[in-house]
Design a protein around this ligand. Structure first.
Ligand SMILES: [Zn+2]
Length: 405
């Protein structure tokens, strides 16, 4: 085995590397294991690619332990039940003390979207490792976006549930057998299987066939992964959520044609934050789009979250790259070397969304009357409340109003 590359050049996790790495290596793997193994690049090609892989199970256990010692991670919360088709855990980290304002951050609904596992994991790691009960007065990072006082504020006033790998079976299949594996072990697209009011409504009837890439399953919540997540969502009614995916570089917000303009506002601020911190050169800036406008298929986690917390922001975040050329039609060309920069450009927006969970709990859609100047001003002010603390968009509500333009 050659020496591991610098951290910034790799960072994929697999659910449990011991399932395949142990025998070949012929030795016991350390808790934060890095295994160099070969991944099939595509269905058709016989070519293999070497990757350095870490073990999600043990890395999350380590974070749970570090956070548990600091009193900001609940050591009793490990998994969402019942788990996956093949009996793997949907690993959970429950971070923060602000029970009143729960937030859900997920990744890896689709097996082939490896980066989408890393971003939630790295956000959790950032918060847990950097949390300190007594941030030093006058420290260099005081008052900055990612400063320790802000981290302390977030973790003491929000409760963030991280589930970085919702589809561990699909991810394992993608890592070991079929790089393009999107669905779960029952070949169901679990991000179309949520038991929403709109489950199974598709514009293209082909999608209802089991061989479709977006097959919603034989019935709503037929899949154990979805049962696990749906139980969590209906219990906690998350006041903000992000579901990370690959790829297209877009902020997708819940949109049913009438949902609250507040959601659009949050999505646009997220987009502005992402583009302000843009690091990945893959295809330019992030876009923003109403989810069910662009992807008219239902039963996503975002639909389900929205049904349980109407008016609260529930976003999908498509990570880089933005576009692909005809030569780049598989997930295999998404480089692990981009993970670190993708994380850094996504972190401020993710923290802002976590912060937003503390604001505005309006029930039901609110239509804004264009002729009601007072009402509009009120809304702009309330929108502003969510983001003003972040010192990112000037100092006056009027300026925020102009940005909304
Ligand atoms: Zn996806």
């Amino acid at each position: 085995m050659s020496a591991p590359p610098p951290l910034s050049t790799y960072y994929y996790h697999i659910y449990d590397h011991k399932l395949f790495g142990n025998e070949r290596l012929g030795k016991r793997l350390p808790p934060f294991a890095r295994v160099n193994f070969r991944i099939p690049i595509s269905k058709t090609s016989k070519a293999k690619e070497h990757k350095w892989i870490q073990c999600l199970k043990s890395d999350m256990a380590k974070l749970r332990e570090i956070g548990g010692r600091k009193g900001i991670v609940d050591p009793a919360v490990v998994r969402a039940e019942p788990g996956s088709v093949r009996g793997r855990d949907l690993l959970v980290l429950k971070v923060g003390k602000g029970e009143e304002y729960p937030v859900l951050i997920t990744g890896g609904h689709h097996g082939n979207e490896w980066t989408s596992v890393e971003i939630p994991f790295l956000i959790a790691q950032f918060l847990i490792v950097n949390y300190t009960e007594n941030p030093a007065e006058g420290s260099p990072d005081e008052g900055t976006l990612l400063g320790r006082k802000r981290i302390k504020h977030l973790l003491e006033n929000r409760q963030i549930w991280f589930v970085p790998m919702v589809n561990p079976d699909g991810h394992y299949m993608s890592m070991t057998a079929t790089r393009e594996q999107r669905k779960n072990a029952h070949e169901v697209d679990i991000n179309r299987n949520y038991p929403t009011e709109t489950w199974g409504q598709v514009t293209d009837p082909e999608q209802l066939k089991p061989d479709s890439g977006a097959y919603p399953g034989p019935g709503p919540a037929s899949e154990p992964e979805v049962q696990s997540m749906a139980a969590l969502i209906s219990r906690h009614r998350f006041k903000a959520s992000i579901s990370y995916h690959n790829y297209s570089k877009e902020v997708l917000y819940f949109h049913d044609g009438q949902s609250d303009k507040y959601l659009i506002h949050v999505a646009k601020h997220m987009q502005a934050l992402l583009n302000r911190h843009l690091a990945s050169g893959d295809g330019g800036p992030y876009g923003v789009c109403g989810m069910n406008k662009k992807h008219p298929s239902f039963g996503h986690i975002a639909d389900y979250c929205y049904e349980h917390a109407r008016g609260q922001p529930t976003l999908g975040l498509e990570l880089p790259p933005r576009l692909h050329s005809p030569k780049q039609q598989t997930f295999a060309w998404i480089e692990e070397t981009t993970i670190e920069q993708t994380f850094h450009e996504n972190l401020p927006a993710a923290l802002a969304l976590i912060n937003s969970a503390g604001f505005l709990h309006r029930a039901g859609p609110t239509k804004i009357q264009a002729d009601s100047a007072t009402r509009m001003l009120q809304l702009v002010r309330s929108y502003w409340e969510v983001f003003k603390d972040w010192k990112l968009f000037g100092t006056e509500p009027d300026q925020a109003a102009r940005e909304q333009g």
